[in-house]
Design a protein around this ligand. Structure first.
Ligand SMILES: [Zn+2]
Ligand SMILES: [Zn+2]
Length: 259
């Protein structure tokens, strides 16, 4: 039993790889100590703009929202080694923060933000409008079913266009669209690629860094399903991360042996 627990702490990410058919995994290294430093900063400073001076802090990046209606969020740290041998510590928050995707000092999203924003502006108002029309229509009527179908088709098209923006990279220099790299069964869950682990691996690959350890923790009011508690560490998620990290981690073992 004790043995099993240790194994699970070690294997925080990965899964069978469609690329080379091997199983890729990744461990925490000493990332937890850096997580605790970050936790301390966020709890003391109560803001995400860690590179800004306190008097210039952006009110939208205040941590208060983590304890309110929006609930808490996962944060992650990846410790890396740069080509010159120095240590680099990367940070990530999951998804977006109060609608903001890019914050200086944090890993960027896996997509081009300008294109994402354009697609959002195109679909979001149309879907909202259909939702309003649905509410004014008699439930179950022909017109209601027609509106409901149109809204579903539009949402599906929106998701397809968003997913097409995500390009995943790995440590062999390969790139794949999210839809081609996703190794899970069934459809691609909303938010796949937005968790801390894929953002951190993506940044490491882009900046030619060798990842040594990764840890993720939750900060704020517990989530609705009560599976995430304030200040606790969690492995990367099985539904969204495992099916893509298998591709993203490919080639890392060889680099770590060589490095
Ligand atoms: Zn995840
Ligand atoms: Zn592989």
């Amino acid at each position: 039993m004790q043995q099993k627990k240790t194994m699970e702490q070690e294997r925080i990410a990965g899964g069978p790889c469609l690329n080379c058919r091997r199983e890729h995994s990744f461990s925490e290294g000493d990332a937890r100590s850096h997580c605790r430093e970050l936790m301390q900063f966020l709890e003391q400073e109560k803001r995400l703009d860690l590179l800004a001076r306190r008097e210039e802090a952006d009110p939208q990046l205040d941590t208060a929202s983590l304890f309110g209606e929006a609930r808490g969020k996962m944060f992650g740290i990846m410790v890396c080694r740069a080509a010159d041998g120095s240590e680099r510590v990367l940070r990530a928050f999951s998804g977006q923060y109060n609608g903001i995707w890019e914050i200086e000092g944090w890993a960027p999203p896996l997509f081009n933000l300008a294109v994402y924003t354009r697609i959002y502006a195109e679909f979001e108002p149309r879907i909202k409008q259909l939702g309003r029309e649905l509410q004014l229509t008699k439930h179950g009527s022909i017109q209601w079913r027609d509106l409901s179908n149109r809204r579903r088709q539009l949402s599906q098209q929106w998701m397809r266009e968003i997913h097409a923006l995500y390009t995943l990279s790995n440590f062999r220099g390969q790139q794949r669209l999210l839809s081609d790299a996703f190794a899970g069964s069934g459809g691609i869950p909303t938010g796949t690629g937005d968790c801390c682990a894929p953002k951190l691996f993506n940044q490491a690959i882009r900046e030619n860094l060798l990842p040594l350890g990764l840890a993720e923790f939750y900060l704020g009011r517990e989530n609705a399903s009560r599976t995430r508690q304030h200040g606790q560490f969690y492995p990367s998620c099985a539904s969204k991360c495992t099916p893509i990290l298998s591709f993203m981690l490919c080639g890392l073992d060889e680099l770590r042996v060589a490095g």
